[in-house]
Design a protein around this ligand. Structure first.
Ligand code: SF4
Length: 330
């Protein structure tokens, strides 16, 4: 499968919201702009395939692993970083044998103490998710569990609430990571699902992505982050959009993002303000971006190993964007 095979699929809930909200519409409905793919865009920007150690398991950072339980989602986000494989319903679901291979890998690497269940969306297959929670949660080395899901946002009525019972039984803290991108996603139905999982003992976090035309302005993000904290969801990260094929039109100017985040940091409570990071292309880590309270060089950074790197991709990105604009004018 390649990014070109990425499927279009929305839920009834998203269909209803998209009729009223252009910001929801553009997240899920295909656009001709997806054809604009300058060379600075990648099929696998975070080079996860290189770090795949057994089917469904990515081991990129020392003490934690990413476990892709399924490649199915409720609705497919057009900016998805894993669109090269996500939406492949048949290829992705982990079997009992795959889960056993993962367990064998974990046991052979006792330094791993955190597991992140992702996909696809693990909430689309509660049976496998519950099995994995039980199996890996029983390993004494696993101290922290995270589950990434967008189901409470895209299909709150289809969320299997019994996942909350499984979470309540875990001895480890369980963090539920949801991706909220716009305040129109905070509906009454979604709020109610969040409350259910909060009462099940999960800690609720949100990761957002700067998306041009969706949330690249101060007022929208102020409303989103204030709204999240009011429903018990802590805004955790906001990312620069990954340079994944088909998502070029979502990429916001770097300077604009820094300006918005500086203003948000000045006006939101610390609790409501997420950390602004770039998941640096080619897998060099989630690098925090300084805000405009400091004078800093916006063209270089140090990676997780302390090695100075050039933000070549961003420079290239801006140049290519100019070229695309020029071409569009002609
Ligand atoms: S829910 Fe996550 S994995 Fe699924 S399409 Fe959206 S970003 Fe990709």
């Amino acid at each position: 499968m390649s990014t070109k095979d990425f499927k279009f699929q929305v839920t009834k809930h998203i269909e209803g919201l998209a009729k009223k909200s252009p910001a929801i519409y553009s997240q899920f409905y295909p656009s001709e702009a997806e054809e604009i793919n300058p060379p600075c865009m990648y099929e696998d920007p975070l080079i996860e395939e290189r770090y795949t150690v057994t089917k469904g398991l990515v081991h990129k950072y020392g003490n934690r692993v990413l476990c892709l339980l399924t490649l199915v989602c409720g609705a497919y986000c057009r900016f998805c970083t894993r669109k090269r494989k996500v939406s492949d319903a048949l290829g992705g679901l982990l079997t009992d044998e795959d889960l056993q291979n993962i367990e064998n890998y974990l046991v052979a690497h006792p330094n791993i103490n955190e597991i992140i269940f992702s996909g696809g969306d693990p909430f689309t297959n509660p049976v496998v998710l519950k099995k994995a929670l039980k199996k890996f949660g029983a390993l004494p080395q696993i101290k922290v569990i995270r589950i990434g899901t967008r189901m409470p946002i895209v299909a709150p009525e289809n969320v299997d609430l019994t996942i909350g019972d499984a979470i309540r039984e875990m001895k480890q803290p369980v963090y539920l990571l949801m991706n909220f991108e716009h305040p129109d996603e905070i509906t009454e139905e979604t709020r109610s699902v969040c409350e259910h999982f909060r009462k099940s003992g999960a800690m609720l976090l949100s990761q957002s992505i700067f998306l041009k035309g969706v949330n690249d302005n101060y007022d929208t993000l102020y409303k989103l982050f204030s709204g999240l904290i009011e429903i018990g969801v802590k805004p955790y990260y906001i990312f620069r959009c990954d340079p994944v094929e088909g998502a070029f039109h979502f990429m916001t100017d770097f300077e604009k993002e820094i300006e918005i985040m500086t203003k948000l940091r000045s006006n939101l409570s610390g609790m409501a303000c997420p950390m602004y990071v770039i998941d640096v292309p080619q897998g060099a880590g989630k690098i925090p971006v300084p805000l405009n309270y400091w004078n800093f060089d916006k063209t270089t950074y140090k990676d997780f190993h302390g090695v100075e790197q050039k933000l070549v991709e961003f420079a290239t990105h801006e140049v290519k964007k100019e070229k695309v604009r020029e071409r569009a004018k002609r």
